[in-house]
Write a protein that binds this ligand. Sequence first.
Ligand SMILES: Nc1ncnc2c1ncn2[C@@H]1O[C@H](COP(=O)(O)OP(=O)(O)O)[C@@H](O)[C@H]1O
Ligand SMILES: [Mg+2]
Length: 230
Amino acid sequence: MDEMLSLARNLVNVQEDERRIIARELHDRIGQSLTVLKLLLNEAMNLPSDKAGATLGEAQSLVNELMSLVRYLSLELRPKMLDDLGLLPALLYLFESYTSHTHINVRFEHYGLHRKFPPEIGIAAYRIVQEALNNVALHAGVSEVKVLAWSDRKVLFIRIEDLGKGFNLTGANNNNGLNNIQGRAMLVEGKLTVQSAPGKGTVINAELPVITRIRKETAGKSDDNRNTGR
Ligand SMILES: Nc1ncnc2c1ncn2[C@@H]1O[C@H](COP(=O)(O)OP(=O)(O)O)[C@@H](O)[C@H]1O
Ligand SMILES: [Mg+2]
């Protein structure tokens, strides 16, 4: 019970941390860029039309930056693609955006992912991959990461592997990232293990049951309603 309580507390903390980061990005980066954009447009309006080109060009590249930032933030908040298209397209899109931001190449191998997973399994899988990839970018110091995902009728396996710096597992981890994804796996009755050692790289293995107990209990009764809404 204590474990559940601290798990719940952790998840709430993580959510608040994520919100704080997004609020800051919204305020600082988007707010500031919009202010600059307004100034540039003002300037362009006051210039003779044959002189305004350069200023407008600057404004346009700022708009492009803003668009990619908004796309990134909405992906962080809730990967809409996961609900609309499923896990595989959402992961592919995540990898594309990750590589373009970090210049870290993702080697992805998968099997049996062309199917619909229960929403709670999809989001758990997605968040696990997302956190593991963010850790690789922040801590591993590598230019490539390997992601494996495969599923049979019962289980979805995920493995994220890098050959980077690694770290000491016995050091107390008061950070929230790894605790959070461990909690997410537990909440859907799955398992998540981390293997790492200094200089030896890091491997995260997750095993998520495709049919959770909650689903089994309601299966049959509400099975047909599963995809009709939330
Ligand atoms: N792929 C990795 N390579 C090297 N070190 C890692 C990796 N993943 C995690 N770590 C180490 O484990 C610590 C805890 O990770 P995490 O719980 O995600 O917290 P955070 O990323 O916020 O520091 C990190 O601070 C880092 O030292
Ligand atoms: Mg982290």
